[in-house]
Design a protein around this ligand. Sequence first.
Ligand code: NDP
Length: 498
Amino acid sequence: MTDLERRQDRAPVPSGWDYAPAPEARDIVTLQERYGVFIGGELVDPKSGEHFATIDPSTEEPLAEVAQAGPKDVDLAVKAARDAYENGWSGLSPAERAKYLFRIARILQERSREFAVLESLNGGKPIKESRDVDLPLSAAHFFYYAGWADKLEYAFPNRTPRPIGVAGQIIPWNFPLLMLAWKVAPALAAGNTVVLKPAETTPLTALLFADVLRQAELPPGVVNILTGDGRTGAEIVKHEDVDKIAFTGSTEVGKAIQRELAGTGKKLTLELGGKAANIIFDDAALDQAVEGIVNGIYFNQGHVCCAGSRLLVQESIYEPVIDKLKERLKTLRLGDPLDKNTDVGAINSKQQLEKIQELVASGEEEGAEIYQPPCRLPERGYWFVPTVFTNVAQSYRVAQEEIFGPVLSVLTFRTPDEAVEKANNTPYGLSAGVWTEKGSRILSIAQQLKAGVIWANTYNRFDPSSPFGGYKESGFGREGGLHGLEPYLELDEPRAGK
Ligand code: NDP
């Protein structure tokens, strides 16, 4: 027997090829039992006297109690923001403002693991996403807008940029810290002060951010954070001393806010839902496209407003694409959000899980064919198996409505014109994806798609320098880039001849 044969004999035989658990330690996060509201630079007891529990959606375990801010708390927060605006912040030299933003960015980087663990604990998203996407992008947003703070005159030449005043900002639960960064960074860079409400189910990273503000020695009142449910948001919207509202969330609430603000002269930006088409042409690199499809819809459990939730596949490649996609779905690992190997985490709330279940049931009833890979769901918490619907007609609810979960609806097309027509056949217009080898086709299709963001041969890529926002029922106004400063500034009409 040769040496090699002998060694093989003795080699241990693995009992399976499953990934061993690789949980991220959660002891880097220190939670208080109960939190107040952050007003004038202090966490104070809410005047409402009310609190509610916030949980870990992957276990339903309570994490802490947070305040339900009421009308008096909103009023105090707005007064603190107004005071900070008039007595310091708006008059501070732009270069000094920039220093605070740089400081916040650096502290977010330094404390990124703590933030990432807390984001996954409270929101259910996989740690590898909060660690590699949410946190780096949040810090990058503060860095980016710090750079603009003292260059506004160059950003908007001949238009004398001035801050607006107090901005009310209402954010959702899918990217809690990142949406905070998208809103707070440009507002402060432009010289405004802020009253921010995080979503009811994910308040904890916003409260940890309050600690970052203290660490950065941001003047009291420049940023105020009020936790609470939709009622707190509604109070902020209708407060008469708020000059601008920035909202990200559902189209339904966005419309209600628009009605409330009509005729008040307050500025408004709305970033609402989507039902994006991810279009795969027959000359696309199929393996890469399948990765793009998976990233487009299963990233963050599909809780993404720009998710590629409608897959449009050219008929000639339908079978290989669907076969490859189903094979790929079998390899997705669903489970503990704090496990570094997890691809699909927990659904953010019971309410959201029920919404997904209801829409998926409607898809089956209407006649679509469902595919779900074999998958064992944890016993506690809120979970949904990554799902693909084929045989979908454009009229089905799963092709029309935003599911906001890990559910993909597949449609087919024959010609580029048909692809464009089907892609645009939605009340939304936030994003889209195009997969093809041909550069000329990318440009031609992109020009015809009614969507604010279009990715080519990739999906769900974000950068602070790139504006983001929608058309139609996806809202109006842009966040990110130079465009993201405009909603936070008063700008004179351009002066002629200059
Ligand atoms: P909402 O639009 O209700 O929530 C977004 C934010 O607005 C939250 O902070 C919410 O508070 C607050 N809010 C709720 N009602 C009001 C109001 N009347 N006035 C002011 N603020 C208010 O979204 P949901 O969380 O209910 O999610 C429902 C659906 O919305 C999802 O299934 C998804 O389709 C879509 N959605 C889209 C998002 C996007 O990124 N475009 C993000 C989140 C949801 P509270 O948390 O207490 O409800």
